[in-house]
Structures are given as C-alpha cells and as structure tokens.
Design a protein. Structure first.
Length: 165
C-alpha cells in the first residue's frame, strides 16, 4: 500500500504511461488506438464516488479522453498540454486546494514540474528513472496501463476506511 493522507482532496494524473502502457497501435490507415485497463477505469469511478476531485492533464490530444468525460463525468480533462504545472496551478486555484491536499501521478520527465507543486507524488513502476529519483516520490507496484491507477485509488480509499461499494 502507498502511504497517503486523508488530507488529499484532489487527484491529478497524466494519461499516457499511467492509464496506458505507453504504447499505441497504428493500423494500415494510420488510425491510432490504445489499450486501457478496466481496473483503472473502475478506480476513477470509485474515486469520484468517494467525493474526490479528479483531473487528467496530458500532452496528448486524443478522443479516448472523451470517454472519461462522457462515461464517468470527469470534468477536468486537459489535452495537448505541454506545461502541466501551469494547468495544475489553475486546477488547484479553482478548487482552492493546497500543496498537501493534492496527489499527482505521472511517469515521465514532462511530469516533473507538476510533481514539484504537490506533496503527494506517485510514479508508475515503469516510470522514467529521473522521475523515480524525485525526492519523496512513491512508486506503484503496478506498471502504467496495468492497474497503477487502481492501486493508487485503493490505497487512498483505505486511508478513508469507508465502504463505498
């Protein structure tokens, strides 16, 4: 279990490499697809149901993210973002949360500026070594796209010790 706090109110995550394994598939018509793990999708559902705020901030701009908005009601989806820290600051201001009330999940060097804004930092098991070496970062047992998000959510909800099922 990850060491988290009941003070966390907002969970913010990168998408590729966290919800996915970082791979994408291209068919002969140049259509791109990605694989998602339903455990992670269920994790988002449980997180929202427990009353947490949740956001996705990603450098990619793909329609897969619309699924989270339509199916799960995730309001904070920010696509095509190069400076994730700037968007994270805006989200934190919007929800009036402090550094110690935010958890950020990422996997690569473009997440480092966002990690610097929060107390709770989590990287996937297969994250870039520079990310894994950030001070006070916690590493999931699961790789991106293989239940890492669900692991974070289960750890967070166990802190709450509530039955939400």
């Amino acid at each position: 279990m990850l060491k988290l706090s009941s003070s966390i109110k907002l969970v913010v995550s990168d998408f590729d490499g966290v919800f996915t394994d970082g791979s994408f598939y291209i068919d002969e018509n140049l259509n791109q697809t990605k694989k998602l793990n339903f455990k992670d999708i269920m994790g988002v559902f449980l997180l929202l149901r427990a009353g947490y705020k949740f956001a996705i901030v990603t450098g990619e701009d793909n329609k897969i993210l619309d699924y989270f908005k339509i199916k799960l009601g995730v309001e904070e989806i920010h696509k095509g973002i190069r400076k994730k820290d700037l968007i994270l600051k805006e989200i934190m201001q919007k929800y009036d949360v402090k550094y110690e009330e935010v958890l950020y999940i990422g996997d690569d060097i473009n997440d480092i500026p966002a990690f610097e804004l929060v107390k709770y930092k989590i990287a996937t098991n297969d994250a870039n070594y520079k990310v894994k070496n950030i001070e006070n970062i916690q590493i999931t047992e699961n790789k991106g796209g293989s239940g890492a998000i669900r692991e974070v959510v289960d750890s967070l909800l166990s802190v709450e010790d509530e039955k939400i099922y």
